[in-house]
Design a protein around this ligand. Structure first.
Ligand code: SF4
Length: 366
């Protein structure tokens, strides 16, 4: 099914509300659980999962605090003030880059319009010109696209594309502090994953424009405040490992039209009494890792616990148990009260062996 043909279906799923834009965070998180049809459908349709979770009575504590958002915005505005003057000083002095003339283009709004197609068109034009003629240095808020499970997602831009020596680099401004050259590893890892999403989207665009993908560097520049001050510091980060994971997992995401074809023809996530059942109609693959990456986590955890899903014990346990999806079934196979089907015979034998060992160990201890 073409993307245009899917539009009415996705519109119905959203209950007629406009689609939410993806950003690098949501795409990086999407790859955390590529086998989850529920998340795949909601993200492809641009469903506001945060709103949905609240409607279902399972609000998620996701998102930054207002204080962190305000602080982040102030730091970003400072680094970008006067045509990115501080940023350029950093690139020249700290990183030793010989950046001669500088042209700064802000692509956030095009002639008073904020339409995504228009903004993406301008990003394309300016980057095409930059790659062909070398014109332009800093492109702020480039609006990029990425194919997610067969659907085009527009990436809300919060990076700068920086052209240097004929190559494009991603510059990401973050408000977490670098103290004595060290930052919180988890925050750096999350920033690297998000930057990798932008690198990939830029590479796809460069390829569409007829250039080799290597023109977009795997080295991104992370700009953060230094030592509890507001003074910015820049660190080059190699995102090749994150890129490899991202490309592999995006390729594994089930094509959305296949999942949609198996769902009821009148399914919608519009608010109302039927909402919980509508959500349950799309298969989920809950694992504790969802708590850190998906707004639906509290709803899905509740559902998974209620039916004793093996996923609640962790992804590795679910994988080890193969086709056994429920804990009561696993226990019944282990104590022999349930006869396994042929395809579960091996798993059942292992469960019985584990049960025997456990009894022996506990008996010995007694
Ligand atoms: S929380 Fe639910 S919808 Fe989100 S990825 Fe996990 S199982 Fe899927």
């Amino acid at each position: 099914m073409t993307e245009t043909a899917l539009e009415p279906t996705l519109d119905r799923l959203r209950g007629g509300t406009p689609p939410r834009n993806h950003d690098a965070r949501t795409i990086a998180a999407l790859t955390a659980n590529p086998g989850c049809a529920r998340r795949g459908v909601m993200d492809a349709a641009g469903v506001d999962k945060d709103f949905l979770a609240r409607e279902l009575g399972f609000p998620s504590p996701f998102g930054q605090s207002q204080f962190a958002i305000t602080r982040g915005n102030a730091f970003e505005a400072q680094v970008k003030a006067d045509g990115c003057a501080e940023l350029l000083t950093l690139l020249r002095d700290t990183l030793g880059l010989d950046v001669p003339e500088v042209a700064y283009d802000d692509l956030e709004v095009v002639a008073g319009h904020e339409g995504r197609e228009l903004r993406h068109g301008r990003t394309r034009r300016l980057l095409a010109r930059a790659l062909e003629t070398g014109e332009g240095t800093l492109f702020d808020h480039p609006l990029l696209r990425l194919d997610i499970a067969g659907q085009t997602a527009y990436l809300e831009p919060d990076v700068i594309a920086f052209q240097y020596a004929g190559r494009l680099h991603v510059i990401e401004i973050k408000s977490f502090a670098v103290v004595d050259g060290q930052a919180e590893p988890e925050q750096v890892a999350a920033a690297a994953r998000q930057s990798a999403v932008y690198v990939l989207a830029l590479r796809r665009l460069v390829e569409e424009l007829g250039h080799p993908r290597e023109l977009v560097s795997h080295e991104v520049f992370l700009v953060c405040p230094e030592n509890f001050s507001n003074r910015p510091s820049a660190t080059p980060v190699d995102v090749r490992p994150q890129l490899a994971v991202l490309e592999r997992q995006l390729a594994r995401l089930t094509r959305i039209d296949r999942i949609l074809g198996e769902l009821p023809g009148d399914l919608t996530f519009a608010p109302g009494e039927a909402l919980p059942n509508s959500v349950r109609a799309v298969e989920a693959r809950y694992a504790p890792e969802c708590m850190a990456s998906c707004e639906m986590a509290f709803f899905c955890r509740d559902e998974a616990r209620a039916c004793g899903a093996t996923g609640t014990l962790g992804r590795s346990v679910r994988d080890d148990l193969g086709g056994v999806d429920s804990i009561p079934t696993a226990l019944a196979l282990a104590d022999g009260s349930l006869e396994p089907s042929d395809d579960l015979a091996e798993t059942a034998a292992q469960l019985r062996a584990a049960d025997r060992l456990r009894r022996e160990v506990l008996g010995g201890a007694a």
